[in-house]
Design a protein around this ligand. Structure first.
Ligand SMILES: *Cc1c(COP(=O)(O)O)cnc(C)c1O
Length: 428
C-alpha cells in the first residue's frame, strides 16, 4: 500500500510488532553481539546485512533514514552527523582526486567552502555555474572528467530555485548524476527525484528537525542511475573494492543499493561522520510534524514578504512565493504547495541600516540558523558568508545588505509588528 507524504511522516521507517514500542526505540549501543565469529565475519564481508558497530550503521538511525527515503521516493538512504557530511559524502562517493564537478554558484556558504576550498585541496575541481544558466551554458561547463552536477532546490540564502528537470536532463546527456540538496524545500514541498534528480541530500538540522535542537544530515539515492553503463567513470562502484575482499558494489547491490552501501561501508567506516541514535530520535520527532509545520512556515513567510514589499524602508524583497518574483513561475512548477519560510530583503541604507534593524528586533532573534520553530534573522555578509570576497558574494547571490529572515511558527501578525517597529527604529 502506498501512502501520502503526510502519512509517511508519521509511519514510514518503523512498523512495531505485537507488544513492541510505538515510538522508535533508541538503540544506544556501540556494538552488537553475535554467537559466532563466522556470523560476524559475514557482516564484515558485506555477505550478510546486520549491525555490528554504530559508526557504520545503527538501527535507530536506519529507521529514520528509511522514513526520509520513503518521503523522497528513493531506493535507499542514510543519516549523517551533519548536512555538511551528507554533501561531502554525496560527492566523494563518486569523485576522486583528478575529477571535476559542476555546481550551482548559489549554494549554502558552508557547501561552497567545502567544495571550493577543502575538496579542491583533495584534488577535486569545481566549476560554479549560475542557477539561472541556460541549457547551453550548462553543457559548456562539462569536461571529460566531470562526475556529477550539484544544486539546491531552493538555495540558502540566495533563494534561487533550481530548474531541476533541465539540470537533470543535461547531466544525464553527459552520463553523470544530478545531486540535489533539498534542505529548504523538504520532501513536503518538492521531491527532486520526481523531476529526475539521482541523489538527494539534506541538512536535517533545518526544517526536518524543525526545533533548532539537533544537527544532522541525510542522503537518499533514487536508485535510477546506471553506474555500470558508465563503468569507466565510476570505478569506485564498478570495480572490486579490495577493502571488502573484492566485492563490486554496482553488481552486488544493484541500482537501488550500490550508492548508499558504498557510502556506508567505505566513507562512514573511514570518516565516521555518523549520527547518534539519540539525535536520530529527535529528528524523527521533527519528521512526525513536518507536513503540518511546512505550510505554516510558508504562510508566515508569504505574509512577511507581502508586508516588506509594501514598506518604504525596504529596497528589495526576495521570496519565490511572491507573485512578480524572478523565480515565481519556476516555484509554481516545482513548489506548487509552498517553498520555505525564509525571506531575504535589503533595508534602505545598506549594511548599516541592516545592522540597526536587526539590533532592534524583539521577537526575531539573531542566530546562525534558519528553518526552526523560532523566527531568526541573520546578516550573511557578516556571518555565514564572511569568508567570501565581494565577487564571490555576488556570485553566491548574497548582496552586502542582504538580511535573511527565517519565519518560524509564531503568529504572522506578531512577526510583522516586530519587523515594523524595528524598521521604525531605523528611520529615527
Ligand atoms: C545548513 C545547510 C547545510 C549544512 O548543514 P549542517 O547540518 O549545518 O552541516 C547544507 N545545505 C544547506 C542548504 C543548508 O541550509
Amino acid at each position: 500500500m502506498s501512502y501520502k507524504e503526510d502519512t509517511l511522516c508519521i509511519h514510514a521507517g518503523y512498523e512495531p510488532g505485537n507488544g513492541e514500542p510505538r515510538q522508535i526505540p533508541i538503540i544506544q549501543s556501540t556494538t552488537f553481539k553475535y554467537d559466532t565469529s563466522e556470523d560476524m565475519g559475514k557482516l564484515f564481508d558485506l555477505e550478510a546485512s546486520g549491525y555490528f558497530y554504530s559508526r557504520l550503521q545503527n538501527p535507530t538511525c536506519d529507521m529514520v533514514a528509511a522514513k526520509i527515503c520513503a518521503l523522497e521516493g528513493g531506493s535507499a538512504g542514510m543519516l549523517t552527523g551533519s548536512g555538511q557530511a551528507a554533501n561531502f559524502y554525496s560527492i566523494f562517493n563518486i569523485a576522486n582526486c583528478g575529477d571535476h564537478i559542476i555546481a550551482s554558484a548559489t549554494i549554502y556558504g558552508g557547501t561552497f567552502n567545502l567544495f571550493s576550498v577543502t575538496m579542491k585541496k583533495m584534488g577535486i575541481d569545481f566549476t560554479f555555474v549560475s542557477a539561472d544558466c541556460t541549457e547551453e551554458e550548462l553543457h559548456a561547463a562539462f569536461r571529460p572528467n566531470t562526475k556529477a552536477v550539484f544544486g539546491e532546490t531552493i538555495a540558502n540564502p540566495a533563494l534561487t530555485v533550481l530548474d531541476i528537470e533541465m539540470f537533470a536532463r543535461v547531466a544525464h546527456e553527459h552520463g553523470v548524476p544530478l545531486i540535489v540538496d533539498n534542505t529548504f524545500a523538504t520532501p513536503i514541498n518538492c521531491r527532486p527525484i520526481e523531476w529526475g534528480a539521482d541523489i538527494v541530500t539534506h541538512s536535517t538540522t533545518k526544517y526536518i528537525d524543525g526545533h533548532g535542537g539537533t544537527v544532522g544530515g541525510a542522503i537518499v539515492d533514487a536508485g535510477k542511475f546506471d553506474w555500470m553503463k558508465y563503468a569507466d567513470k565510476y570505478p569506485g562502484l564498478t570495480t572490486p573494492d579490495d577493502s571488502y575482499h573484492g566485492i563490486v558494489y554496482a553488481e552486488k547491490f544493484g541500482l537501488g543499493g550500490a550508492f548508499i552501501t558504498k557510502a556506508t561501508a567505505q566513507l562512514m567506516r573511514d570518516f565516521g561522520s555518523t549520527q547518534s541514535p539519540q539525535s536520530a530520535y529527535y529528528i524523527n520527532l521533527g519528521l512526525e510534524s513536518l507536513h503540518v509545520r511546512m505550510p505554516r512556515h510558508c504562510e508566515n513567510a508569504l505574509a512577511v514578504a507581502r508586508f516588506l514589499e509594501s514598506s518604504d524602508m525596504i529596497s528589495w524583497v526576495n521570496y519565490c512565493g511572491l507573485p512578480g518574483n524572478k523565480y515565481y513561475e519556476r516555484a509554481q512548477k516545482y513548489l506548487p504547495n509552498g517553498s520555505c519560510g525564509v525571506v531575504t530583503f535589503g533595508v534602505k541604507g545598506g549594511r548599516k541600516a541592516a545592522e540597526k534593524f536587526m539590533k532592534n528586533l524583539k521577537l526575531a532573534s539573531i542566530a546562525t540558523h534558519v528553518a526552526d520553530a523560532r523566527t531568526c534573522c541573520l546578516h550573511p555578509a557578516n556571518a555565514t558568508h564572511r569568508q567570501l570576497n565581494d565577487e564571490q558574494l555576488a556570485a553566491a547571490g548574497v548582496s552586502p545588505d542582504l538580511v535573511r529572515f527565517s519565519c518560524g511558527l509564531e503568529s504572522a501578525e506578531d512577526l510583522i509588528a516586530d519587523i515594523a517597529q524595528a524598521l521604525e527604529a531605523v528611520r529615527e
